[in-house]
Design a binder for this molecule. Structure first.
Ligand SMILES: Nc1ncnc2c1ncn2[C@@H]1O[C@H](COP(=O)(O)OP(=O)(O)OP(=O)(O)O)[C@@H](O)[C@H]1O
Ligand SMILES: [Mg+2]
Length: 223
């Protein structure tokens, strides 16, 4: 089994970092050396890229920043535009190499994609090309809100079209007011054709460590 998972989502701000961190805690709790990776982070806050900070804090293995986050872009905009503005060309081969290095020092690498699955990374490649290059099974985070059924099904289709397995999906309640929540979860359970790893409630200041017990990762340990 591949030594890690690629965490994608139905879009930006749907809970990829939170669930990536929860997965790191869950694997760590099973005695595995777990490290997070955010290959492309766009948006610097007070000198920090918060996704990277959260993922580093949730893992239990020290890894150099250059491996965890090869591309740290300052503007909080689409990665290929942020990269272009910074005079940088995102190189998927370099990210793949960094991921291979992380796999040497950890049992499981949790890689958080940027935005949604097809977000462009450079002039001719997108998130899907990165996931393909890494060859990792995909965990799909569905931000439960109106419109998520279409986004979830389109994303699942794109993951499979990229030739990657869907290891599972997570229903993340980002909209506490969502109407017919259970019916929406059920609609996706029936159609996504992969395992539901967990249903996460809306929780102000959500704590990834606490939420990790809600994820069923039985049988997902690499190796
Ligand atoms: N279940 C939840 N309950 C309450 N707040 C949540 C929940 N899931 C995520 N959030 C909040 O929503 C925001 C976006 O979550 P997160 O950063 O994990 O999304 P993301 O998909 O990683 O975003 P990005 O595309 O920017 O990387 C964060 O402030 C997070 O704490
Ligand atoms: Mg994130």
């Amino acid at each position: 089994m591949a030594a890690g998972y690629f965490v994608t989502g139905t879009g930006t701000g749907v809970g990829k970092t939170l669930i990536g961190c929860a997965l790191l805690h869950a694997f760590g709790a099973r005695g595995m050396a777990a490290v997070g990776m955010k290959p492309v982070a766009a948006g610097c806050e007070n000198g920090k890229w918060m996704d990277v900070e959260w993922l580093v804090a949730a893992g239990n293995v020290f890894a150099p920043r250059a491996l965890v986050n090869p591309y740290a872009l300052i503007p909080p905009i689409a990665p290929h535009i942020a990269a272009k503005q910074s005079g940088i060309d995102i190189d998927i081969a370099l990210i793949r190499q960094a991921c291979l290095e992380l796999q040497k020092i950890a049992d499981v690498v949790i890689v958080e994609g940027a935005g949604g699955f097809l977000v462009p990374l450079n002039e001719h490649e997108e998130g899907a090309s990165l996931a393909q290059a890494l060859g990792l099974p995909v965990v799909l985070v569905v931000g439960m809100q109106l419109g998520c059924l279409n986004h979830a099904l389109l994303t699942a289709q794109a993951v499979r079209a990229a030739g990657l397995p869907l290891a599972g999906w997570v229903a993340n309640r980002i909209d506490p007011e969502m109407i017919a929540f259970d019916e929406n979860v059920l609609a996706l359970e029936r159609r996504l054709d992969c395992r539901l790893l967990g249903v996460l409630p809306f929780e102000q200041n959500a704590d990834a460590g606490k939420l990790s017990v809600r994820l069923d990762i039985e049988g997902m340990e690499p190796g």
